[in-house]
Design a protein around this ligand. Structure first.
Ligand SMILES: Nc1ncnc2c1ncn2[C@@H]1O[C@H](COP(=O)(O)OP(=O)(O)OP(=O)(O)O)[C@@H](O)[C@H]1O
Length: 277
């Protein structure tokens, strides 16, 4: 998979070009497993790396190696005139082209690639370039994965915070609006109980009503007070449900001047206490 295919990166060319092993005709995947030849410092596939490490390099009667230093195999070998190293024609051709073969077959003394490493500078540089690009690719991939992980953690934190807020609400830790509704409901319930309580006399009820109307001056809207006022005139059974429904649908913040009834004022001023002060 190429996660950066839509943008040109230092390693992009390796997705387009076939990269070959220096010891055999096989291709290698630079984004997967590959090796560096232990002596030649060129690219090597996994199979050739294993073969090279496990093979035994024997010498002939003259002391020359009978196996190619590049692939550890036999074949048409060129022997160095300075040392005992040998290189096969296939490896020379693969890594240095026809020019390399010509150079080996030219009359005169031939000096191998270990004795003169400048001859293999190009394939060695190529291997270094591949390794450098693979490194850059790996760093970018790691950073991308880190970023992904960070984003995943961020999303997780946001979700956890949302979950906490949700469970706080369901645990009864109310939001501002919920708190207002809750208080209003409690208020209605106390008032309902009192209306139904036969032990509370009519005068006390009237006093409580007057108090509620008075305190609602800064809080409620006209319909609310009208509902409460009508509960006084029509009796508790008709006014109770209506007052409750309207209370729940109220919005806070509007100031209203109450329409007090004369009789309520008269009776509230007679000094009797309702117990709600
Ligand atoms: N795709 C490849 N797979 C394996 N080895 C490669 C690949 N491309 C280049 N090389 C190695 O790198 C060496 C240099 O290749 P590069 O393409 O840089 O230059 P060149 O084509 O050989 O010569 P020039 O510098 O004249 O263009 C090659 O001789 C070969 O050994």
């Amino acid at each position: 998979m190429n996660p950066f295919s839509d943008v040109e990166h230092p390693w992009s060319w390796m997705h387009r070009e076939e990269i070959g092993c220096s010891s055999c005709p096989a291709q290698l995947n630079p984004f997967d497993i590959f090796f560096t030849h232990p002596v030649m410092k060129t690219l090597q596939c996994e199979k050739c790396s294993e073969f090279y490490s496990n093979g035994l390099f024997t010498t002939d009667a003259e002391g020359y190696y009978e196996h190619c230093r590049w692939c550890a195999d036999g074949g048409t070998l060129y022997g160095c005139d300075k040392c005992v190293e040998s290189f096969c024609k296939q490896c020379v051709l693969r890594n240095l082209g026809r020019v390399g073969v010509t150079e080996c077959e030219a009359s005169g003394k031939w000096v191998c690639y270990i004795c003169d490493s400048s001859k293999v500078a190009k394939p060695v540089e190529f291997a270094q370039r591949v390794k450098k690009c693979v490194k850059l690719h790996d760093i970018a991939l790691e950073e991308q994965q880190k970023k992904k992980e960070l984003n995943r953690l961020k999303r997780q934190r946001v979700l956890a915070a949302q979950q906490r807020a949700k469970s706080k609400r369901s645990d009864g830790e109310s939001t501002d609006e919920e708190e207002i509704e809750r208080q209003l409901l409690g208020f209605v319930k106390v008032f309902e109980k009192m209306i139904e309580d036969e032990d509370v006399d009519h005068r006390t009820k009237r006093l409580v009503l007057a108090k509620i109307i008075e305190s609602s001056e800064n809080e409620s809207e006209p319909e609310f007070k009208e509902d409460l006022a009508s509960s006084d005139e029509n009796g508790p059974s008709t006014s109770k449900p209506k007052a409750r429904v309207n209370l729940l649908s109220k919005k806070k913040g509007k100031k209203v001047v109450p329409q007090k009834k004369e009789s309520s004022e008269d009776e509230s001023s007679d000094g009797s206490s309702s117990g709600f002060d």
